[in-house]
Design a protein around this ligand. Structure first.
Ligand code: 3HC
Ligand code: 5AD
Length: 567
């Protein structure tokens, strides 16, 4: 019956006609009779992002051309970036960790590795994220609270003590100060005599989404973009397996965006980075293969799978448009994290179930790397026990469910293919709007993204408030007598003081001449827009200049940023 002819059409005209006629017949007969007896629960059904969804999908909803679906590891990569996917290598199980001093986080890393985790992910405390030192007045009370405190190179050495960096890939969630931590990472590896080209890892380094969603910045947009460019160029020349940027939709989603906006804004930001680097004369094939991505895995299982497929396809076409010839430049690889905002304080064990289902959609959507949230997400940063259960969730998915055997098993689903198409078209529609505003940076400056996200967030909060959007245990099946106690992570109250003492000692012990020379060189390079900041930063951290000293000095060159408020 299928009319899968040589022109690549999936559902030829004859089949589509037959399906449409069957559908009309069924609607008039079985469906109409049934609805008369038992109406449906709602007048209209929508996906998590608000797209209207039909009762049932058919071959008439498939894309016109089989090439849009295609095969894994081949353009347009709808079905995955690699031809063997999880048959050749499971996704990386990468639980994030970070608290206290480097030694404390190092212990958590070792614990997670012993439990079978296959990648590392570092979360830094607020001062480190903002490029401040632990002894800065603004850091008081925040040192090591929600992530690990890193001030100088010896902290970084302690963080990775006993961990073979050529064996395990390490992701660092860090943005405005990312280039300094990359410099420290390079310095640690060099000291251990490692080959930089063997190091596999990622820095988030996605500064544009900070202005759009997460709001952690140090410098204004343009010098910040220059820093991102410098890291991309440095890695393309010295670190063949390193991902210098992890373009992130996750935070855009957590700020309130829906699935459609998450991928559309992420792709718009991607386009801006590509254009910035290409404008300096670097060929797209020299760096695009190492651009990497990070998306949330939300609650609507099928829409999330479609989202991952749609963004892979869109990206492939986008990069091709810049003249890419290397297939690796066009394949999108992403890390996924289950959706923290869906997890609840009441009935916290329910969070294990939510997380398992969200993890399933990441895997069905072909993720390369995954963090599953802890059941204590709504309380504080995760305990060892919560991370163990979350890791076991991934291991059960990988080893017990059979989902790794067949690549893109939802490929060809009438519904998922149709959603994939619609989400891809949605990115195009947002691209047109952003072009009309003059591009991504003007759109940020005019508050476009911020407004779109807050409108969606407001609408979603309203739906939850009225109960239209059920949240089990919160607005439905509330357990009034609940007394569910969970053990939560406890911070060591002495950690902050210890970190400050160590920082002061390192400053006192360092060679002042080397430090001063390194600082002068760094400032000179910063003033030269076409120069690359990385080598001078590597020398600065080796000279034991601290994070806060480096960002503080560069503020004199780059200035700082204040957002225009959006109402
Ligand atoms: N057969 C053979 N080889 C295969 C294969 C297969 N089937 N599948 C993969 N491989 C190879 C790959 O080619 C690769 O080799 P290479 O390094 O030589 O190219 C290697 O195996 C590793 O595979 P991937 O690159 O696919 O997987 P990684 O896990 O190494 O990388 C990534 C994934 C998405 C590209 C990377 O950028 C990454 O890991 N990112 C993680 C980001 C992260 O953890 N972020 C946390 C953010 S948390 C946050 O922001 C929240 C907050 O704190 C506010
Ligand atoms: N340790 C573990 N997970 C963390 N997250 C943030 N900070 C930490 C940390 N120090 C995770 C949480 C949070 C998301 C943004 O990242 O899941 O919701």
């Amino acid at each position: 019956m299928t009319d899968n002819d040589h022109s690549g059409r999936l559902a030829g005209d004859a089949l589509v006609e037959r399906v449409k006629s069957d559908l009309a017949d069924w609607e008039g007969k079985e469906l109409a009779a049934f609805l008369k007896r038992a109406p449906e629960s709602k007048d209209e059904y929508r996906s998590g992002s608000g797209l209207p969804v039909e009762r049932v999908y058919t071959p008439a909803d498939l894309p016109g051309d089989w090439a849009e679906i295609g095969l894994p590891g081949r353009f347009p990569y709808t079905r995955g970036p690699y031809p063997t996917m999880y048959r050749g290598r499971n996704w990386t199980m990468r639980q994030i960790a970070g608290f206290g001093q480097a030694e404390e986080t190092n212990q958590r890393f070792r614990y997670l590795i012993a439990q079978g985790q296959t990648g590392l992910s570092v979360d830094f405390d607020m001062p480190t994220l903002m490029g401040l030192d632990s002894d800065d007045a603004m850091s008081l009370g925040e040192v090591g609270r929600e992530g690990v405190a890193i001030d100088t190179l010896p902290d970084m050495e302690a963080l990775f003590d006993g961990i073979d960096l050529e064996e395990i890939s390490v992701s660092m969630t860090i943005n405005p100060s990312a280039w300094i931590l990359l410099a420290m990472y390079v310095a640690v590896a060099e000291k251990r005599g490692m080959d930089l080209n063997k190091l596999s890892g990622t820095i988030q380094n996605d500064i544009l989404k900070e202005y759009v969603a997460q709001k952690e910045w140090v410098f204004p947009v343009r010098p910040s973009m220059r820093i991102v460019r410098d890291t991309i160029v440095y890695c393309s020349e010295h670190m063949a397996r390193y991902n210098p940027v992890n373009i992130s939709g996750y935070h855009i989603s957590e700020a309130g965006a829906n699935a459609q906006q998450e991928i559309a804004f992420t792709m718009a930001i991607t386009k801006a980075y590509i254009e910035d680097v290409v404008a300096t004369g670097v060929d797209v094939d020299q760096f695009a293969a190492r651009l990497s991505f990070f998306f949330v895995s939300q609650a609507d299982l099928f829409e999330e799978v479609a989202k991952f497929r749609a963004v892979r396809r869109f990206y492939a076409k986008l990069v091709k448009g810049y003249g890419a010839k290397n297939p690796n430049s066009m394949r999108l690889r992403f890390h996924a994290q289950t959706a923290a905002a869906t997890l609840t304080k009441p009935q916290p064990l329910n969070n294990i179930v939510r997380t398992a289902l969200q993890a399933l959609s990441a895997v069905l959507g072909g993720a390369q790397s995954l963090h599953t949230n802890g059941l204590d997400e709504a309380y504080t940063i995760p305990s060892e026990m919560a991370m163990k259960v979350a890791l076991r969730t991934q291991q059960i998915l990988a080893d017990e469910t059979g989902v790794t055997s067949v690549i893109d098993p939802l490929g060809g689903s009438y519904y998922v293919e149709n959603l994939t198409d619609r989400l891809e078209r949605g990115i195009e529609e947002y691209f047109t709007k952003i072009e009309e505003l003059g591009g991504v940076i003007p759109a940020i400056e005019q508050g476009f993204f911020q407004r779109e996200i807050s409108d969606t967030a407001y609408e979603f909060a309203q739906r939850k408030g009225t109960g239209e959007r059920p949240v089990v245990g919160v607005n439905k099946y509330v357990d009034e007598a609940e007394d569910q106690k969970i053990e939560v992570h406890k911070l060591d109250p002495e950690s902050e003081a210890r970190q400050i003492t160590r920082l002061k000692q390192i400053r006192a012990d360092r060679d002042p001449v080397r430090a001063e020379k390194a600082m002068a060189e760094l400032l000179a390079v910063a003033r030269e827009d076409s120069a690359n900041l990385m080598p001078a930063t590597i020398e600065a951290v080796k000279a034991h200049l601290s994070m806060g000293e480096i960002t503080g000095a560069l503020r004199q060159v780059f200035g700082s940023y204040t957002e225009t408020p959006v109402f």
